[in-house]
Structures are given as structure tokens and as C-alpha cells.
Design a binder for this molecule. Sequence first.
Ligand SMILES: [Zn+2]
Length: 65
Amino acid sequence: MAKKQSFSDKVRKAGMVFGKVCPTCGEAMSYVKRLEPVKKASGSLGFKDTMVPTCKCNIKEVQEA
Ligand SMILES: [Zn+2]
């Protein structure tokens, strides 16, 4: 269960950056969780959770991707 612990650590760290303000529009950014395809060392494809900061500048791109 070590993996699970490190994941919740990451979530806690991500939580610390909530409230970041976009330098372009000045709005508070919110984080959207996305699954990013990653190539594992074994050569197989996997997915990892990524928190993407979004605001009105890029919300459409993030939601469409
Ligand atoms: Zn913005």
C-alpha cells in the first residue's frame, strides 16, 4: 500500500498550490484531473493522473483534449 500513500501525498501537495492565479487573466485557477498516457519502462502504455491548472484561458483546450 506504499503506492497509495505516495499518491495521497501528491494530492496533498497539489492542494497546496490551489489558489494560484493566472498571470494572463488574473482569475484563480482550478485544477482538473486528467489521465495522461505514459510509456512505461517495460515499453507498455499506461496512464497517470495529472492535475492540470485551468482557467478561462485554457479550459476549452483541457476539456476537449
Ligand atoms: Zn487565465
